[in-house]
Write a protein that binds this ligand. Structure first.
Ligand code: ARG
Ligand code: ZN
Length: 857
């Protein structure tokens, strides 16, 4: 039965205080919970309903100190139901749970000798009976008891209020969190951990003890995360006026984790891949991801924790806003233009297909079966774009007035997206009116932008029209306010004819008249990607090449180059005449432009991915796409071989540094290596192996391995073996070894991946490893879409094998199969058949069932 947004009712009972006593043991952990409950007006006489997990039974229940008889409570579904008189009560329950058997990694579970928790969205109910919904806020006191030798460190939310030894080899620690919070922010960790400790003094003078807790051997890899944490704390004070509010901030890294990280109050828990980094094992991209996720979780302390969500339909209230905050933080730390390019790439690779497929949903959904399936690119990344549009429309100062008001008005409460919008409106004295449609309508708007010039009158007219396409359950859409940054340039003079302005396209159609346009103008639109839309324009290859060389917005330069490449490749795929020379010349110009930094060049000269090209076509034929793209890549490699070699030589390694300049050079170096390999040059494999062997950092080493991975050459085998031997004990690096093989464009990739799935280092139990092999394979357009359907069968087999172990992670592998409607009929039928096989499997999780059945439509 789907949960509906329209069914929201406030809770009948509140729980102002919780006292937990947890006797930790991997096989049998005893949890005693004491809840102070009180009725909230609304449903007088309603019994207390506490969520639990399948099969969970209370060993003891007492109300106000009196043990209840069996007839005084009941289990309904997975809920414990206790009829209570109106008025405040103390409710005690006791359960025993088994963290070592918890393979779902929700609730309390074991990971590499640690015990840790994950409660968002609905994990707390696997720890104890509780109203597991985000609008029940409580003050928590937690007493943890555990074997001292095995679990010397005991952490929970808030401040430590006491510790002590017991006579039986166990010890205890008590923690108290003074801030009321929903149970999804509860956390607890026990284990043999060591801390990288530091300190941060807030603007108002509060001294905060910082700790990043890891296995002792990993301590040297925590410096970057610590630096990012301190930078985030300072940034949130400077940009949003938000200070940290406890005297302790702890982070713990764990090896088994369903997603990136979790913002538990005062005790963030991270997938170790987003904490651990050193030059030997982490790429530059990994470093950036560490900083971005550390910042994201830290920023949640205000956007998520101090102000939380009323219900899970409001998830984008905290996630979209927090992603926007972390994107801006990262933009301020490095190259803003390159960061924007990366973020738009992610949006187009993950969110646009979601918006165009069977799982499309608005950033504030209307219904769900399993909330875990809604931690999507739409909620996170499109949600961030919606917040960014508000920022664009209100300006930085107006946006800040609105966010101040939002935090002030909603501090300590569970809020809604509407509360956020209202704060933005009242703080700025504006009516956002139709902008609310962005929260309710799914689908990526298409904006048609046609510029015409009348030389006689010296005027230009820009005609704009928007269409929001139909999505499942939403056949008809209304137009939405779309803020478009635009400018006009002179085709002959290269001058700015109309400087950048923001135009809000609110209606279905609109036009703008520009006077005093004496020469043919070229349109630059959606600059900086001001709106998450698809622009359809009739700009010629010549105009796009002009913009790619002369636009004064770096993102728009990148975008013009991408559009030029897309137009050319789509023409090639469809067998129409294509202006390949324009692409080659534009790339040549970009490579030669000394005013550009290497990081930007490295992004701008890359061809759009096969997946993105598929998204531009009415029907996807992966073979035709690959042939066209590889052909152009080869000709770019050959024609500009001298330029690639020059770029390669100019970016040669000269000692490792993590500066933006050094990172940009490494990026361009590997991109150039890729084009040298594409050219078919005889020495390419040797060159790549030399880079691989000489590298003093993972970026260069893995960059070379990525190029070698698709080659048929003895150098490839030598590098893969060397990499395995060197890193076999390091799980995070071994993930890269699996991924590079799963992404290979070699003909035998499917067989190799099938073999890797039987490799002793492969396991379905670790989400990182599963994604490293199967997630990467499903993104490999060539191997996954093998004409005989073997790629689809493999992924479906892995989903079914993983489902009983970890349903959330299994469900995340379904969407690639869900794109079947976009493919040519033969492949579409094969993909569909695998989805049908999945749905027909008995005992399927709700997670996989929802994704697979919705994908069938
Ligand atoms: N709130 C976490 C974050 O964005 C992610 C939690 C994901 N939960 C889930 N069930 N998928 O930082
Ligand atoms: Zn988040």
């Amino acid at each position: 039965h789907p949960i509906l947004r329209s069914d929201y009712r406030p809770p009948a009972w509140l729980v102002p205080a919780v006292h937990l006593e947890v006797e930790l043991d991997p096989a049998a952990t005893r949890v005693r919970a004491r809840l102070s409950v009180e009725p909230q007006g609304g449903t007088p006489g309603a019994p207390l309903r506490l969520d639990g997990a399948p099969g969970m039974v209370p060993e003891r229940i007492a109300v106000d100190g009196r043990p209840l008889g069996a007839e005084e409570w009941r289990i309904e579904g997975e809920q414990l139901v206790i009829p209570l008189d109106q008025g405040a009560h103390i409710v005690d329950t006791e359960v025993v749970i088994a963290p070592e058997g918890n393979t779902q990694l929700m609730g309390l579970y074991a990971s590499g000798g640690l015990l840790c928790t994950q409660c968002e969205a609905e994990g707390f109910r696997r720890i104890t009976f509780f109203p597991d919904r985000p609008d029940v806020l409580s003050r928590y006191t937690v007493r943890m008891v555990a074997d001292r030798a095995r679990y010397p460190v005991l952490l929970a939310n808030g401040d430590q209020t006491g510790t002590g030894d017991m006579t039986d080899g166990r010890h205890w620690a008590e923690w108290h969190d003074p801030f009321p919070k929903p149970c999804y922010l509860f956390a607890m960790v026990a284990g043999d951990l060591k801390a990288n400790r530091d300190r941060f003094v807030t603007a108002s003078g509060r001294s905060v003890e910082l700790g990043i807790w890891v296995r002792e051997a990993d301590l040297p890899r925590t410096a970057h995360a610590m630096a990012a944490l301190k930078a985030s704390m300072a940034w949130d004070e400077r940009v949003y006026g938000r200070e940290y509010d406890l005297s302790i901030f702890n982070i713990v890294a764990v090896a088994d984790f369903n997603f990136g990280a979790m913002e538990n109050k005062g005790l963030n828990i991270f997938n170790s891949r987003y904490i651990l980094a050193d030059p030997e094992t982490a790429t530059d991209a990994d470093y950036d991801a560490v900083a971005g996720v550390v910042a994201h979780e830290y920023f949640h302390n205000w956007s998520g924790n101090r102000v939380t969500c009323r219900d899970w339909f409001q998830l984008s209230l905290k996630e979209g806003f927090t992603v926007f905050r972390d994107q801006e933080f990262s933009a301020d730390q490095g190259s803003r233009a390159v960061k924007r390019i990366e973020d738009v790439r992610v949006l187009r690779a993950a969110q646009f297909p979601e918006d165009a497929g069977p799982l499309a949903h608005p950033i504030r959904p209307d219904s769900y079966l399993e909330i875990s399936n809604f931690y999507t690119a739409t909620i996170y990344n499109k949600g961030a774009e919606v917040i960014r549009m508000l920022h664009t429309m209100l300006g930085a100062e107006g946006f800040r007035r609105g966010s101040d008001r939002y935090f002030d008005e909603n501090d300590g409460t569970a809020a809604t997206c509407e509360d956020f919008l209202r704060a933005m409106e009242t703080a700025n004295g504006v009516d956002l009116g139709g902008f609310r449609r962005w929260y309710g309508q799914a689908g990526t708007p298409r904006v048609r932008a046609l510029l015409s010039h009348d030389a006689a009158s010296g005027t230009a007219r820009l005609s704009l029209a928007q269409i929001v396409p139909p999505t499942p359950g939403q056949p008809d859409k209304l137009p939405m306010p779309i803020p478009l940054r635009l400018a006009l340039f002179g085709a002959e003079s290269g001058r700015t004819l109309v400087p950048e302005r923001v135009h809000i396209l609110s209606e279905a159609e609109d036009s703008i008249l520009f006077p005093a346009i004496g020469e043919r103008p070229v349109l630059s639109i959606n600059r900086g990607f001001s709106a998450p839309v698809v622009i359809e324009s009739d700009r010629s290859a010549e105009d796009l090449a002009f913009l790619s060389a002369h636009d004064d917005d770096p993102f728009a330069r990148f975008e013009a180059m991408q559009q030029l490449m897309v137009d050319t490749l789509v023409a090639l795929i469809e067998g129409r005449p294509a202006d390949e020379a324009a692409v080659i010349e534009a790339v040549r110009t970009t490579l030669a432009d000394e005013a550009l930094d290497a990081a930007f060049v490295g992004e701008a000269v890359l061809l759009p991915t096969e997946a993105f090209l598929g998204d531009q076509l009415a029907q996807v034929d992966p073979v035709a796409i690959r042939r066209a793209r590889e052909g152009l890549r080869q000709r770019l490699g050959r024609t500009l071989e001298a330029q690639w070699r020059a770029a390669y030589a100019a970016t040669a390694a000269n000692g490792f540094a993590l500066t933006p300049v050094a990172k940009g050079r490494r990026r361009l170096r590997t991109v150039a290596l890729g084009y040298i390999a594409a050219s078919g040059a005889a020495d390419a494999a040797a060159l790549a192996l030399a880079q691989f062997e000489a590298a003093d950092n993972m970026t260069d080493r893995y960059g070379a391995l990525g190029v070698l991975g698709s080659m048929v050459a003895p150098e490839r085998e030598r590098a893969l073996e060397g990499f395995y031997e060197r890193y076999r004990a390091d799980a995070l690096v071994l993930d890269k070894w699996f991924t590079v093989q799963a992404l290979s464009t070699r003909e035998d990739t499917a067989e190799q991946v099938a073999r890797l799935a039987r490799h002793p280092d492969f396991t379905l139990a670790n989400p990182n490893r599963l994604r490293a092999l199967v997630g990467a394979f499903a993104a490999n357009q060539h191997a996954f879409h093998a004409a005989d359907g073997s790629g689809y069968r493999f992924v479906a087999d892995m989903i079914l094998a993983a489902d009983p172990i970890n349903a959330q992670t299994a469900a995340r592998l379904v969407p690639p199969l869900g794109r079947w409607r976009r493919f040519e009929p033969m492949r579409a039928a094969l993909m569909r058949a695998e989805l049908e096989r999945i749905v027909a499997t008995p005992g399927l999780s709700r997670d996989v069932f929802e994704q697979a059945s919705k994908s069938l439509g």
